[in-house]
Every structure is written in structure tokens, then in C-alpha cells.
Design a protein around this ligand. Structure first.
Ligand SMILES: Cc1cc2nc3c(=O)[nH]c(=O)nc-3n(C[C@H](O)[C@H](O)[C@H](O)COP(=O)(O)O)c2cc1C
Length: 309
């Protein structure tokens, strides 16, 4: 929409300002470059890259994807080519296309987050924010996810924030501990927002071979099946007004997105939907704009948190 009566879609999450509230979720949109062949991904509020680690990772054994009722299980195992690959191969193309991504990173311990950050200091101006994937296992805590330990969440967030001084987003898991405590810890560490939720642990078995459907047995459930759970987490955090929330989990169309916004999310992440319809995120931006226009609402911020009162 380019006419003067088009609603204003700008959202502000602490020190992050987005032209609209629609963001691609980490791991479901590559680095955004690939989707550029379908549409101008710069029209999204932001593109989040897949999660990069210090070193290249092979990921889990196949099969890695299994479709379930209204969702999918994945056990990619955070396969990636390492942060060097982002810096040498992805970032130059993103720069050329004037796309400032949200860079998702993860480490096995705080030192790894620190080492990745040290490699990013020279390119901060080309990155809109860093998203810390705190659902990944912390080897120093017996492999439990980082976000299970609020003190560690605060430490890691503060370390990255101090080193890079750009907006930091903490991505939280629904599988461990109290998300409100993790969100408070992220805020205290200097995060601008939290992304909620990552996938829910799940599995499936083949009743004929009696074998698991995933090579790793356990995987992460995403898609419409998890939407009510995700919405509940978003709502509970937003009621407490801890920190701005990027809501995600099963958003497939603009109506889903509006539901997250009225539940208090300041922005929304589109994940699994991108696999079903390459244009999903773009359509959601347009749908939110149409919805506001039809309701004579001039600014998207007027619907954020409407269900909280
Ligand atoms: C195939 C796949 C890969 C994913 N990889 C990552 C990842 O690398 N880092 C991360 O933080 N989240 C990852 N996620 C989680 C998503 O970013 C998102 O939080 C989750 O899928 C819920 O949203 P959805 O139901 O819209 O997909 C992945 C999800 C899927 C389906």
C-alpha cells in the first residue's frame, strides 16, 4: 500500500524500530537472500538469519523433518557453516541489497558467545540486532538450555550487549523453567526484546518399523499446532510488562499475526509458514495493513496489547 491513507505500521521495541511488525523467524528463512528471488524481503520489518555458531556444525542425522497434525517436527540440530560463513558469504550480499538482518547466534558456553561477538565488532552497523538463541544447550550446565538459568541469561546478554552495543534480542524456549524469569534476566542484561517461543520438544514413531521418525528421536514442534501455547506465553509475559515481546509460533496468516499483536506482542515472527507459502510473510504485512484500514485504525501500535485490558 502506498496511498496516503495507508495505516502506519511502524513498531518500536526499545531501541529497535521496524517499518512494520513482521519478521522472519530464525532457521526458516535462510539469510533472507534466497527468498529475494520471490519478493523484496526488505519490505518485511526484519529478516532473522538462521543461527550461526563459532565453528561449523554438521547437525543431526537424518531424517530431520516429519510432518505432524497441523505442524512439523524438525531436528536440524543447528547445522550451519559457522560465523565466518555469515561474515564472508552472507553479509556482503545483504549489504549489497541494503538489508540489515537480525543476526541469530548461539554458543555452547558464554565464552563462545563472546568469541562470536568479537568477530562482529567491525560490522555492527550492517546488523539491525543480534538475537541470542538461548534454547541451545549449555555444555557447562549439563546440556540444559541457557534460558533455564536466569543468571546465565543475564550474563550472556550483558556480555554481548557490552561488546557490540547494538540491540540484543533473547530468544526463549518454552521447554525449560519459567519464561518470565528468563525474560527479566534478559532485560536486566540489557536486551531490547525477547523472542517467544522457540519450538516445543516432540517426537513421533513409525508403527510399522517401530523406529523413530527423526534420526535424533527428539525434535522441535512448530506450526499451527503450537499457536495456542505460544499465544499463552506471549500473553503471560505481556501482562507483566517485562520487556517488549516478538511473538512467534504457528503464525500462518495475518489473522494469526493480529491475534499475537492484541495479546501484547510488539512484533511477530513468521516461521514454518515460509515453507508452505514462500510469500506468507509478505502477505501478512499486507493483511495487517488491510485490517487496520478497514477498521479505521491509523497506527498499528493502537492494537498492540488490546486484549490485555
Ligand atoms: C526447520 C526449522 C529450523 C529452525 N532453526 C532455528 C534456529 O536455527 N534458531 C532459532 O532460534 N530457532 C530456530 N527455529 C525455531 C523458529 O525460529 C520458531 O521459533 C519456531 O519454529 C516457532 O515458529 P513457527 O511455528 O512459526 O515455525 C527453527 C524452526 C524450524 C521449523
Amino acid at each position: 500500500m502506498s496511498d496516503a491513507s495507508a495505516p502506519n505500521l511502524e513498531v518500536v521495541l526499545g531501541d529497535i524500530t521496524l517499518s512494520n511488525p513482521v519478521i522472519s523467524c530464525s532457521g526458516t528463512f535462510a539469510s533472507g537472500i534466497e527468498y529475494g528471488q520471490f519478493y523484496d524481503v526488505g519490505a518485511l520489518g526484519a529478516v532473522t538469519t538462521k543461527s550461526f555458531s563459532l565453528q561449523k556444525r554438521q547437525g543431526n542425522p537424518p531424517p530431520r523433518i516429519f510432518e505432524t497434525a497441523c505442524g512439523m517436527l524438525n531436528s536440524i540440530g543447528l547445522q550451519n557453516e559457522g560465523i565466518d560463513d555469515f561474515l564472508n558469504n552472507h553479509l556482503p550480499v545483504l549489504k549489497e541489497r541494503s538489508i540489515r538482518p537480525i543476526l541469530s547466534i548461539f554458543g555452547e558456553n558464554r565464552t563462545e558467545f563472546e568469541k562470536i561477538s568479537a568477530q562482529l565488532t567491525d560490522c555492527c552497523r550492517y546488523i539491525a540486532a543480534v538475537e541470542l538463541n538461548l534454547s541451545c544447550p549449555n555444555v557447562e550446565k549439563g546440556g540444559m538450555a541457557f534460558c533455564a538459568f536466569p543468571e546465565t541469561v543475564k550474563e550472556v546478554t550483558a556480555t554481548v550487549k557490552k561488546m557490540l552495543n547494538i540491540p540484543v534480542i533473547a530468544k526463549l524456549s518454552p521447554n525449560t523453567g519459567r519464561m518470565d524469569l528468563a525474560a527479566e534476566a534478559a532485560r536486566d542484561g540489557g536486551a531490547s526484546a525477547v523472542s517467544v517461543i522457540n519450538t516445543l520438544v516432540g517426537t513421533a514413531f513409525d508403527i510399522h518399523t517401530c523406529r523413530p521418525r527423526l534420526g535424533n528421536v527428539m525434535g522441535g514442534l512448530s506450526g499451527p499446532a503450537i499457536k495456542p501455547v505460544a499465544l499463552a506465553h506471549v500473553y503471560k509475559l505481556c501482562v507483566k510488562k517485562i520487556i517488549p515481546v516478538i511473538g512467534m509460533g504457528g503464525i500462518f496468516d495475518w489473522e494469526d499475526a493480529v491475534e499475537f499483536l492484541i495479546a501484547g506482542a510488539s512484533a511477530v515472527g513468521i516461521g514454518t509458514a515460509n515453507f508452505v507459502d514462500y510469500f506468507a510473510a509478505q502477505k501478512i504485512v499486507d493483511g495487517i495493513s488491510r485490517y487496520l484500514k478497514e477498521k479505521n485504525i491509523d497506527h498499528v501500535k493502537k492494537i498492540i496489547g488490546k486484549a490485555l485490558h
